[in-house]
Design a protein around this ligand. Structure first.
Ligand SMILES: C[S@@+](CC[C@H](N)C(=O)[O-])C[C@H]1O[C@@H](n2cnc3c(N)ncnc32)[C@H](O)[C@@H]1O
Length: 253
């Protein structure tokens, strides 16, 4: 889903509250330092408000070449007001051609379900072909997605489940589309904004791929898995119990 208009404005008050940008950025940085080729860009795919880029910029000063892309013009405008992010974020739809030169990216990452939301062979193929074009030889790709086994237990289809967030609450309901590897997740955030309460309703369509299926799909584009984690604290991935799939891949020429 591409956040538009007031949804973009409220992203920081809603989804961003479910995140730990410093912790997530540390894991990304560790993978970059250990695995990625030297002298390339670190590229954030679907960077939203730029939470990770900002942490990475703080951590590394001017030593790192950071760039982000997002299809939401409003989120790009909002994040570009931040002096640490100015000039680093491009407005682009990742299912079309990317405004990035070939073989210039050392590592690309996408956090919080963007890969999962490319529901359709054509969109995922375009995304992956552009990724392959932009990565340097031995470039790294890191993605994160729901671990379906755990998500389904935590949010059983049709049942409304509740989460607390710092400025309010969120209700989540999921629906699975029969005979297709797709689910729909409905969320309703109720968030305080000064004296006012705002209500934001979203519907996301997402693939329900497991780690094996993601790895198999990426192997067709020359990627080999390096490591997988089950949360952003860096615990190893376990199919039955890990909340998320966070996986790093390398693309050998
Ligand atoms: C759940 S948000 C995650 C944002 C950010 N990575 C974070 O962790 O806060 C997903 C982001 O992907 C962007 N997005 C969705 N589809 C996209 C597409 N086809 N091209 C570029 N960005 C897209 C949305 O606008 C949104 O900002």
């Amino acid at each position: 889903m591409i956040y538009k208009n007031s949804n973009a404005q409220y992203y920081l008050r809603t989804y961003a509250q479910l995140r730990n940008y410093p912790q997530e950025s540390h894991l990304i940085y560790r993978v970059f330092v250990r695995e990625a080729p030297r002298d390339g860009f670190l590229l954030d795919l679907g960077c939203g408000p730029g939470g990770h880029l900002k942490e990475l910029a703080k951590m590394t000063g001017d030593t790192m070449r950071l760039i982000g892309m997002d299809a939401s013009r409003e989120l790009v405008e909002l994040s570009s007001r931040d002096s640490l992010l100015r000039g680093r974020i491009l407005n682009a739809d990742l299912t079309t051609s990317w405004p990035i030169a070939s073989q210039t990216v050392a590592m690309a990452y996408t956090v919080f379900n963007l890969y999962q939301s490319l529901t359709g062979q054509v969109k995922r193929r375009r995304f992956l072909l552009e990724l392959v074009r932009c990565l340097k030889p031995n470039g790294v790709f890191l993605l994160d997605a729901h671990n379906e086994r755990v998500f389904r237990r935590a949010h059983p289809p049709g049942i409304i489940t509740k989460l607390r967030i710092p400025h309010g609450s969120c209700e989540i309901q999921s629906k699975y589309i029969p005979n297709r590897e797709v689910k729909e997740v409905y969320s309703c955030f109720k968030v305080s904004l000064g004296q006012k309460q705002i209500v934001i309703r979203n519907r996301h369509r997402m693939m329900t791929l497991g780690l094996d299926e993601i790895a198999k799909e990426l192997s067709k584009y020359g990627f080999r898995i390096i490591q997988a984690w089950g949360n952003w604290s860096g615990s190893p991935f376990r199919t039955k119990s890990s909340e998320r799939i966070i996986a790093a891949f390398i693309r050998t020429p």
